[in-house]
Ligand binder design. Structure first.
Ligand code: SAM
Length: 238
């Protein structure tokens, strides 16, 4: 899905985009997704009704994907029916908005290693959303995800680990379709606490390039997240 930029004051835009929406709230443009589970909140977010539809406001300070969209991400590859492998779902803030966008016919396999966090994800998100499959596992061992029953269109990785680019690529090799998308959140300080963040972003992008990915866009997430970038790449394995 290509991201259409909002015209402030244009409420009809919300009605024309079924998944992602730009909402005009008292003159302020906010990002939102149409709620898949009516009346249900995931992290205390605000719910608004517009043109007979229910939207959850998407907070860019709580979700790096929302920050990336607001910082100019050109493609958001989630629409009705998309299959997603999400590494590092945590309690499910971002995953829940992706679940809204992929709708009832999509599926999100959500991998989380920490058992307590994973339990919260199951209780708050997976139990209420039929398109979410929780996987309590280590993303370094994708061969153990017995619940992933199909290849995916998008791999989203946000595990804040030093070797996360390699880990993401290993998961893509196993599960990502040819021409599928990888969205990689890079936290520069988890990879190298001394190097300039821009240099770290460049080096991680180079690793992807050498591993069969075409870099489409690199978006830095300031002011929402310091020293973070979101890299969007397309998978072209040999
Ligand atoms: N993506 C989440 C969001 O936007 O709502 C936030 C993710 S948080 C920065 C990183 C998460 O990755 C943590 O919950 C952590 O437990 C998880 N994690 C770290 N290493 C992991 C691994 N090897 N396998 C699976 N999960 C991992």
């Amino acid at each position: 899905m290509e991201v259409k930029r909002p015209r402030v004051g244009d409420n009809s835009r919300a009605a024309s985009l079924p998944g992602l929406a730009w909402l005009d709230l008292k003159g302020q443009t906010r990002l939102g997704t149409q709620n898949l589970v009516s009346g249900s909140r995931v992290y205390g977010e605000r719910i608004v009704f517009l043109s007979g539809r229910e939207y959850r406001i998407w907070d860019p300070y709580r979700s790096k994907l929302a920050a990336g969209i607001l910082k100019g991400l050109k493609i958001v590859p989630f629409e009705e029916g998309t299959a997603v492998l999400y590494l590092g779902v945590s309690t499910g803030t971002t995953a829940s908005h992706i679940s809204d966008m992929i709708g009832k016919t999509g599926v999100l396999f959500g991998v989380e290693m920490a058992p307590r966090v994973g339990r919260e994800f199951i209780e708050n998100v997976a139990v209420k959303r039929n398109n979410v499959v929780p996987i309590i596992a280590d993303a370094r061992r994708p061969e153990l995800y017995t619940a992933v029953f199909r290849n995916v269109d998008v791999t989203y990785c946000d595990i804040a680990q030093p070797h996360q680019t390699r880990i993401a690529m290993g998961n893509c090799e196993r599960f990502l379709k040819k021409n599928g998308y990888l969205m990689l959140v890079v936290k520069a300080r988890s990879i190298d606490s001394v190097k300039a963040p821009k240099m770290v972003f460049r080096e991680e992008a180079k690793k992807l390039d050498a591993g069969g990915f075409n870099i489409i866009q690199k978006v830095e997430l300031e002011p929402y997240d310091r020293d973070h970038a979101l890299i969007l790449a397309k998978y072209h394995p040999n």
